[in-house]
Design a protein around this ligand. Sequence first.
Ligand SMILES: C[S@@+](CC[C@H](N)C(=O)[O-])C[C@H]1O[C@@H](n2cnc3c(N)ncnc32)[C@H](O)[C@@H]1O
Length: 198
Amino acid sequence: MAGDWPQNSGKTSRPVPGGLDTSVPHIARVYDYWLGGKDNSAADREAAEQVIAAYPGILRDVRAQRAFLANAVRYLAGVVGIRQFLDIGTGIPTASNTHEVAQGEAPECRVVYVDNDPMVLAHARALLVGTTAPTAYVDADLRDTGTVLAEAARLLDFTKPVAVMLISVLHLIPDEDGPHARCRRAATQCPPASCASA
Ligand SMILES: C[S@@+](CC[C@H](N)C(=O)[O-])C[C@H]1O[C@@H](n2cnc3c(N)ncnc32)[C@H](O)[C@@H]1O
């Protein structure tokens, strides 16, 4: 499935070496376009429009999926009582970001974002400037599970429940890169009463 997605020209979701290359469509920015954002290039818009032409329902689907993310975080923080979130495959910040929803329910919620796209990194850093709530951003590839968990552990306490959010990202990981095994490894690092949402 990953090979069919307008990510990079290669078969993996690794960003272009050296950082940002807006001449190549990237899913973070394509997704931003579908959500009505402005942080996308001509290449992203062209790829996004090709998908819309082939499947117009994509616009409804990405909005529903974004609403699911917010609803899941609201439920986990407000009803289940989770206070730590690891949001992997963050995307370019838009409305109702994970830390805003979680900390809206309980200000002490700790949130770590993980993404491997330079534009997401730039926006996330800007979003978090001046934020006093416990929120951090990790620039890492989710396939590098060891780095993701080690960096997340700088803010999150893995002896207490963690909600691992993998919303709309696992389909971008090719089968040969073992998405299931990587999820299992992340799950084994989280104590009982932790949750995963994908
Ligand atoms: C479709 S967006 C989903 C955004 C967000 N989770 C949401 O539900 O609104 C997928 C995000 O995953 C990121 N991503 C793709 N492959 C990744 C990888 N191997 N490691 C980390 N992030 C990745 C992309 O940069 C993009 O921001």
